[in-house]
Write a protein that binds this ligand. Structure first.
Ligand code: GDP
Length: 302
């Protein structure tokens, strides 16, 4: 999702993009990663590749999440250095910050407290990647920077009901309920956690601004500032999809961290601001999903 949005934004800005899609290059394979980097020697690397998933996938597959993300970070960052790549923008996540960090979360909260257990494995791998960037800068003078985006969504997300993040999983669930004519289904947790969401096109613009205007050891948070409860989000997704039935929250499923609103003032100081409101972004993303999803039967008019 991020790679595609980033490619579109770079091409629109006149850059020459070479990408390494998963099917063509396995970045957990060190030899393959090193060879690809040595052969292409890009001027800049945007490191969006990762094993990602929603709260359910993170909780159920912690070994896979830490293993793949550690090896991707190490292979790409070390491989970039060996290939003489000067500039690299590494993508982390807002889940690297302590579960109970003061809100909005500033970059200084890093490692100031215990992590949220449901995504500890992913967070630790992402912290290691951030530290790799800092240490290659310190030891070898490489201009490698890292950014910490908030919860992202948009076209090409993973719309799997069990493995995806909350927005695509909700869209898929609401959509299926409409197609199957059901009037009730369950979402996860209590509905009370607060989340901040950013459309992936806004992220792509931010990454370009970071690449062109930022060169420092400290990570840069990237958030929209637009925070909603999961229950309010479900009402917005219901409105966007046209679902009129009831929604239950299954409190036996995990809530995750209660709140993770980023302090994005460092990013704002680079002259970036988000352009797509959550409501607008949800409508655009659902239209994209619907264009490739099973059709919704037209409603009978009485
Ligand atoms: P998180 O931000 O790392 O917790 O990742 P998610 O995007 O997976 O989940 C965000 C919040 O949405 C959590 O509080 C979940 O319990 C809640 N949620 C409610 N329904 C769903 C669902 O169907 N899928 C997912 N992934 N989360 C859901």
């Amino acid at each position: 999702m991020v790679g595609r949005a980033m490619t579109a934004s770079l091409v629109a800005s006149g850059y020459n993009v070479v990408s390494a899609p998963r099917a063509a290059l396995d970045l957990t394979d060190q030899r393959a990663a090193f060879d690809w980097l040595a052969a292409h020697k890009p001027d800049v690397i945007f490191m969006a590749a990762a094993r990602v998933g929603g709260i359910g996938a993170n909780k159920d597959y912690p070994a896979d999440f830490i293993r793949d993300n550690l090896s991707i970070a190490q292979n790409v960052i070390d491989g970039a250095h060996r290939a003489g790549v000067e500039r690299l923008v590494y993508l982390g996540s807002s889940c690297i910050y302590p579960k109970l960090a003061a809100q909005p979360i500033s970059e200084d909260a890093l490692m100031a407290g215990p992590l949220e257990p449901t995504n500890e494995a992913y967070a630790l791998a992402k912290i290691a990647g951030l530290k790799l960037c800092q240490f290659y800068r310190r030891q070898y003078g490489r201009a490698y920077v890292s950014v910490m985006p908030t919860n992202l969504y948009g076209p090409h997300d993973n719309f799997d009901e069990d493995g995806g993040h909350v927005i695509p999983a909700m869209m898929a669930k609401f959509h299926r309920a409409i197609v199957e004519g059901r009037n009730t289904f369950a979402l996860w947790g209590t509905g009370r956690p607060l989340r901040e969401f950013l459309h992936v096109s806004d992220l792509a613009a931010a990454l370009l601004a970071v690449c062109e205007r930022y060169d420092g050891e400290a990570p840069v948070n990237i958030g929209s500032g637009e925070e909603v409860s999961i229950a309010d989000l479900s009402a917005m997704v219901a409105a966007v999809t046209g679902y009129k039935g009831a929604v239950n929250f299954d409190a036996a499923k995990p809530d995750g961290t209660p709140r993770k609103l980023l302090d994005s003032s460092r990013m704002r100081a680079l002259g970036w601001k988000p352009r797509i409101s959550l409501r607008e972004g949800l409508a655009q993303t659902y239209a994209w999903y619907r264009a490739g999803a099973p059709s919704v039967p037209s409603r009978k008019t009485a």
